[in-house]
Ligand binder design. Structure first.
Ligand code: CP
Ligand code: NVA
Length: 323
């Protein structure tokens, strides 16, 4: 069956995914629809070789389980050649500039994935390589995560427009920021429940509100704001690179832990729990919640692979191969 967004011509060929700000609602919906089909193909056991003859550079400054494995298995199982490059392996801004590294990688690879610290690095890679570059997490954004998060929300509740997603925890981290962008674009009501000192940067908040397509963005320190939520989301209290802030965060964010009482505060038995993972059980979420019946964190982790495969198919000009 054709849906309104599959009738509209959407081509993402050659595009990078750096923040999601430059993706329209229609383009995001196109990726989500493609990801659903890619997941169905996988469940049906359809083996394809759509990335045969293609290469993907995977640069990692920070550790990863899901993002690395999603990119590597999605690309490799379709005949592509992913090449893992840690900062121990390449000269990225060390003995060679980011620009020059990007120029060379762009001559040898069809696409580049970057996970690291500075958003400026992934943006420079895109500018100078001239091939699609995927932001696999920086200090500022985690856009491929946000795609999997909305896919999971929609698997449970149908179209996300008008749904209520609450993020509780560090309201200025990469995951919270990317959720804010995607919710703004898709008209999802997004509530950030966080102490004032960890609230989003006001300029960033304004930018998201300006991009909002109908949904409301609410920032509050009050955990009672989970009332009516379709999904409650949290992330680690101290992100990678912030290990020295662990104690301070535990003090600030202790009251924001997702436990059964907080989940019950939604007033809905069908509310789901989401977490990008990895989780520190007993800190931002209790084991009972993340391992319990309301948790969809494991589906969400799996959906990283389907959304990332959809993204690579679309940006490498292969979305027509998905039916
Ligand atoms: N959610 C996520 O990005 O997981 P990894 O850090 O394991 O890649
Ligand atoms: N905010 C977390 C996300 C991990 C996927 C971090 O940056 O460490």
């Amino acid at each position: 069956m054709r849906t309104w967004y599959s009738i509209v011509m959407v081509s993402l060929k050659g595009r990078s995914l750096l923040t999601l700000f430059d993706y329209s609602e229609e383009e995001i919906r196109f990726l989500l629809e493609l990801a659903k089909k890619v997941k169905a193909e996988k469940k049906a056991g359809l083996a394809r070789q759509r990335f045969a003859g293609k290469t993907l550079a995977m640069i990692f400054e920070k550790r990863s389980t899901r993002t690395r494995c999603a990119f590597e298995t999605a690309f490799g199982e379709e005949g592509g050649h992913p090449v893992f490059l840690s900062t121990q392996d390449i000269q990225l801004g060390a003995k060679e500039s980011i620009e020059d590294t990007a120029r060379i990688l762009g001559r040898m690879f069809d696409a580049i994935q970057f996970r690291g610290f500075k958003q400026a690095v992934v943006e420079k890679l895109a500018e100078y390589s001239k091939v699609p570059v995927y932001n696999g997490l920086t200090d500022d954004f985690h856009p491929t995560q946000a795609l999997a998060d909305i896919m999971t929300l929609e698997e449970n509740f149908g179209p996300s427009r008008g749904k209520k997603l609450c993020f509780t925890g560090d309201g200025r981290n990469n995951v919270a920021r990317s959720l804010m962008v995607i919710c703004a674009k898709l008209g999802v009501n997004f509530t950030v429940i966080t102490p004032p000192s960890l609230g989003p940067d006001p300029q960033f908040l304004e930018r998201c509100r300006a991009a909002a397509a109908g949904g409301e963005i609410t920032i509050t320190p009050d955990t009672a704001a989970v009332r009516g939520a379709d999904a409650v989301y949290t992330d680690v209290w101290a992100s990678m690179g912030e290990e020295d802030k662990k104690e301070e965060r535990a003090r600030l964010l202790g009251p924001y832990q997702v436990n059964q009482a907080l989940m019950d505060g939604t007033g809905r038995k069908d509310s789901i729990f989401l977490h990008c993972l990895p989780a520190v059980k007993g800190e931002e979420v209790t084991a009972a919640v993340i391992d319990g019946p309301q948790s969809r964190a494991w589906d969400e982790g799996e959906n990283r692979k389907h959304t990332i495969k959809a993204l690579m198919l679309a940006t490498l000009g292969l979305s027509d191969t998905v039916s």
